[in-house]
Design a protein around this ligand. Structure first.
Ligand code: G6P
Length: 439
């Protein structure tokens, strides 16, 4: 039985994770589960919901939620799931609105918004790793804190010898789920995907099944003839429907590949910019929607004392996925997942220190990536520019360098103009105040 810590327990994604932990108690049995958050109020709403859920569905579990680091970081931890959001939704809103006010893409992980979020997150994420390692070298740290690309580079630079940190993003998995549904009910585990890139910046090149049949050409045709319409199409927020339309555009313009949805911001910044509302961004959509719904529902469940009639978890894919990742490691299953790793030759014609997103078999020894070989010039060129942006962002943080921050933003395809890069950088420095390093 495992001892598990969730850092960022007050997240609206947590109920899905908790429900999945209960659903998978046979496959992934837990002894002690602790949730830690710096925001006591958010954490207690989710924590009280969890108590009701576990009383009904996981009574043997030793569950605690706390804001006390001493209680959370212990020497008997096996897995730490990290999902923090430094600055909360208030700062996400700023990350999106400040660039938009200057005519640039406003998005939480891409462009200047991602830069800003990255600058805030590195310190907290590094502190979590230090806190865990002060107690144990044994625990696996599964990190899906955003912006994953920048956080992963920073963690790799700060803890280069640590072999038990795995940076992972759910978007390739979300896409595999969508593809599976489009194909009439295949699961992500039915695919042996070939994929390469950086986080939120990659392409599927093949989608084999266990017998070696490649489903990518079929999917491409489906998307070209009927649009990208996964089964959850009708339930998604408006902004996601626009994203799906952009997937269709990317497949049309660049045939032979299925792109990560986030590439839309880099490939069509002008077009996407026209669709983004500077007064009401994704942060506003989430605060008015998911945030409100999840907290109200968790409160209701806690008061009612039963979670049996609750629909708080509309989509638990996110939560279930990270548990299956942990199982693959813990039980040495070697299941294939798309994860973020230091390149070191996996993609032959990219720098060794790039943090690439590629398929790997997850084993008890850690991720065993599959060689990708050389990638085409178009993708290589795009990735090199984006990697340079990411590396300079992390160097700007570590060296307190305004110059490197300016270089980073100038390199970002959503910015390009050095003048606009300076404007947005200055505005982000001001808005973030003490949450930013000294630049
Ligand atoms: C996907 C991405 C994550 C991102 C999330 C944001 O799952 O892979 O990196 O955090 O979407 O979703 P939201 O609903 O908060 O905009």
């Amino acid at each position: 039985k495992f001892n598990v810590l969730i850092v960022g327990g007050g997240s609206t994604w947590t109920p899905g994770l908790l429900k999945s932990l209960a659903n998978r108690k046979t496959q992934f049995p837990i002894n002690r589960l602790v949730m830690l958050d710096t925001n006591a109020e958010r954490q207690s709403v989710i924590g009280e919901y969890a108590k009701v859920l576990f009383k009904e569905e996981y009574p043997e579990l030793d569950f605690h939620y706390t804001t006390d680091k001493e209680e959370a970081y212990r020497d008997d931890l096996d897995f730490v799931f990290c999902q923090i959001r430094t600055g909360g939704y208030a700062m996400r809103e700023q990350d999106e609105k400040i660039p938009l006010s200057l005519g640039l893409i406003g998005q939480e992980t891409c462009g200047p918004g991602g830069f800003s979020y990255g600058m805030r997150s590195i310190k907290d994420m590094a502190e979590i790793v230090e806190n865990v390692r002060a107690k144990t070298d044994k625990a696996w740290i599964l990190n899906y804190t955003n912006p994953a690309a920048i956080v992963a580079i920073a963690i790799q630079k700060l803890f280069p010898e640590d072999k038990r940190i795995l940076n992972i993003c759910d978007q390739p998995e979300n896409l595999l789920r969508s593809y599976g549904r489009l194909l009439g009910g295949m699961s992500p585990r039915d695919f042996e995907p070939k994929y390469y890139g950086l986080n939120h910046f990659g392409w599927f090149t093949h989608l084999y099944d266990k017998d070696g049949k490649d489903y990518l050409p079929e999917l491409e045709q489906m998307i070209l003839s009927g649009g990208f319409r996964p089964a959850d199409y009708e339930q998604r927020d408006k902004s996601w429907l626009e994203t799906y339309a952009m997937v269709e555009q990317m497949v049309r313009d660049f045939p032979g590949y299925l792109p990560n949805t986030y590439l839309q911001y880099y490939l069509y910044p002008d077009k996407v910019l026209k669709k983004l509302n500077p007064e009401f961004t994704r942060a506003n959509e989430v605060m008015a929607g998911r945030e409100k719904r999840v907290f109200e529902e968790c409160q209701r469940v806690a008061e009612a004392g039963t979670s049996q009639d609750s629909n708080v978890v509309a989509n638990d894919a996110h939560g279930e996925f990270i548990i299956i990742v942990a199982e693959s490691i813990a039980y040495n299953q070697g299941q294939t997942f798309i994860v973020i790793l230091e390149n070191n030759g996996i993609i032959e014609n990219l720098p060794n220190d790039a943090m690439v997103e590629v398929p790997a078999a997850l084993t008890i020894h850690g991720p065993k990536p599959f060689a990708v070989g050389k990638i085409p010039t178009f993708h290589k060129g795009l990735i090199e520019g984006q990697n340079a942006y990411e590396q300079l962002t992390v160097e700007a943080y570590l060296e307190n360098s305004y110059e490197k921050a300016l270089q980073a933003l100038t390199l970002n395809r959503t910015v390009v103009s050095a003048q606009q890069a300076r404007q947005v950088l200055d505005a982000l420095i001001e808005a973030n105040g003490d949450l930013f390093p000294e630049l």
